[in-house]
Design a protein. Structure first.
Length: 597
């Protein structure tokens, strides 16, 4: 499971969710289970997905104008070749690079990257005690919750992720207690996760306030998915408990204290434990874990460039996706990357492939749970989730079965429904655009969050909802190449852009030509956006769509990792072509800026 998905599940329980979504750091508020999906361009950390315990359902965090700005904002496909780092990012990297080392147990240890030298924090033990008392009351009323909680806590203690603080001698100001609570996985009923709340504040401060977040070096989700489609044999795997496989330096562990009961006896006095590992919930942990994984690859180059490439380029947090040309290469790659990760005491497991021969080469203990009980000689391969996208191993295709909840037909409910369709590759962009248009119309009318739809929009909304079940019939081949294809002779990207008074967007197709001049085309990526409420001429909208094609082209050329890609751009707008081909005329600022892009 990815970091972003876990964040949504952890905080999507019974609280109002305040979820930061891009662009422009716009904040949206949705009551209930928090099913806003973040745009694929941004890697979110727990500090950016915060929650507030609110009782009122009428607090308006966002105005209709804010939602309009979100819908009308430009695309974010651009990613420059340069990675710009702040002074804090440089300090983060210096702390980690100077402090990382491999322990006798094979695990890598890193310090907590504080913004300054060890901060002096207030004694917040009373806050942790109060939160623990709240937990005790819930335990008394919910035996299952208590039992599941005990199992989790015993697992981290027995694994050595947490240790008992035997001596209570402590350096004043250099100790922090982290409150915790348990939540159930929305898609895995019965599985509890204990969340250590590093954002909990006491006397105006929290642990996350003093930690550096670090530079964003996590691979793009869309880039990983695009490369996952390049070859015929697909492989998917997962790093077990990734964050907990990187230790925190001994001198920093007192900042990670928490309270629990010895021997799980909730009627006794709590005792003090401290975590020895980087926590899911600390703002620095995603970059620390990502750096640690790539450091393992850097320190073990003997496994070969293909294995190092897999680790460096095709992991999205703890999920690895790769595609290769043949079964023999897949088997070797799986073994080598498994051994490389073992050099850092990481366990690579939950392997899935669309190839039965590849799966049979993997020990049952390392296969995904959905595969273990199958008879690979006769049973169909199951449907798995590849970074949130449903992938059917049997047909080797992407499928779409959005779980649309029965939200009320209000602006709040419609926003939640439209945002819950997770489609990072834009295959469903035309359908989602229609839902966004309805939402935009509500914002234009200035409707309140919980105001019912008027009759004219209600009809459109019901019609849109009726189209959702039909998505189950849609299948997109995962692999860009058909079975008969051999070595590639030519690789082309064709980018089509267009606009209307309703919306604008683009789609990109990959055209492959093999050594026998066989040709095959595949849809790679699509984007769509509603037009602004402020009147804009169609030629300007078509120009904006053309600029979007350029941005997507830059993104795909960098992420697909093909050599010598030829790019072609298509538009039916003679005005846009005239803008681009005119070297003499001075244009208005809007047109001039877009032509320059």
């Amino acid at each position: 499971m990815t970091q972003a998905e876990e964040s949504e599940n952890i905080f999507g329980v019974s609280h109002r969710i305040i979820t930061k979504v891009i662009p422009d750091n716009l904040v949206l508020s949705i009551n209930g289970t928090g099913d806003v999906h973040n745009s694929y361009e941004k890697q979110y950390t727990p500090s950016e997905i915060c929650y507030a315990f609110k009782t009122s359902t009428k607090d308006q965090i966002v105005s209709p104008l804010d939602v309009v700005k979100l819908l009308e904002s430009d695309f974010n496909e651009t990613r420059t070749d340069e990675v710009y780092m702040s002074q804090e990012d440089f300090r983060f990297m210096k702390i980690i690079e100077n402090g990382i080392h491999k322990g006798d147990d094979g695990l890598y240890t890193m310090p907590l990257p504080f913004k300054h030298d060890k901060p002096k924090l207030p004694d917040n033990k009373i806050m942790a005690e109060n939160r623990l008392q709240y937990l005790r009351r819930r335990f008394k009323s919910d035996p299952k919750y208590l039992n599941d909680y005990k199992v989790f806590m015993q697992s981290i203690i027995s694994a050595g992720d947490a240790e008992l603080v035997e001596k209570q001698e402590e350096e004043v100001g250099h100790v922090w207690y982290i409150p915790h609570h348990g939540v159930y996985h929305l898609k895995k009923p019965g599985k509890i996760r204990v969340v250590f709340d590093c954002s909990a504040r006491y006397k105006g401060t929290s642990l996350n306030d003093h930690l550096l977040q670090g530079p964003d070096q996590i691979n793009f989700l869309v880039g990983v998915l695009c490369r996952f489609r390049k070859e015929k044999i697909a492989i998917m795997c997962d790093i077990e408990r990734m964050f907990h496989r990187f230790r925190v330096a001994e001198q920093d562990r007192d900042f990670l204290r928490f309270l629990w009961w010895k021997n799980d006896d909730i009627d006794s006095d709590p005792v003090v434990y401290k975590m020895r590992v980087h926590l899911f919930g600390a703002v620095s942990s995603p970059v620390c874990a990502n750096y640690g994984l790539k450091r393992i690859a850097k320190d073990n180059q003997q496994y070969g460039s293909d294995v190092v490439y897999f680790v460096n380029r095709n992991f999205y947090v703890d999920d690895g996706l790769q595609s290769v040309e043949s079964v023999s290469k897949a088997v070797k790659l799986i073994q080598d990357v498994h051994d490389l990760c073992a050099e850092g005491n990481l366990r690579l497991h939950k392997f899935v492939s669309n190839s039965r021969d590849t799966m049979e080469s993997i020990p049952i203990s390392e296969q995904a749970q959905s595969i273990k009980d199958l008879d690979l000689s006769s049973s169909d391969l199951p449907v798995e989730r590849a970074l949130g996208v449903e992938w059917c191993g049997e047909s080797d295709s992407f499928q779409f079965r959005p779980a649309i909840r029965n939200h009320s037909p209000t602006r709040r409910g419609i926003l939640s429904t439209v945002a819950s369709i997770f489609d990072p590759l834009g295959f469903l962009a035309p359908l989602v655009l229609c839902g966004k248009c309805i939402l935009q119309e509500m914002c234009k009318k200035g409707m309140e969050w919980d105001e019912p739809l008027p009759d004219n929009l209600s009809t459109k909304w019901e019609s849109w909802l009726s189209e959702i079940p039909k998505l189950a019939d849609l299948k997109i081949r995962r692999c860009y190449k058909p079975e008969c294809f051999e070595d590639l002779k030519k690789v082309e990207l064709h980018h089509f852009s267009d606009a209307s008074l309703t919306g604008y967007g683009q789609c990109s197709y990959l055209r492959l030509v093999d050594v026998h001049s066989n040709i095959h085309c595949s849809l790679v990526l699509g984007k769509a956006r509603v037009t602004p409420l402020k009147p804009v001429t169609v030629p300007r909208l078509e120009l904006q769509a053309a600029v979007t094609s350029i941005k997507v082209s830059n993104f795909l050329n960098k992420e697909l990792d093909y050599e010598n890609i030829d790019n072609f751009y298509w538009t039916d707008s003679k005005v846009v072509l005239g803008y681009i081909g005119n070297d003499a005329r001075r244009f208005h600022i809007y047109v001039a800026n877009h032509i320059e892009n």
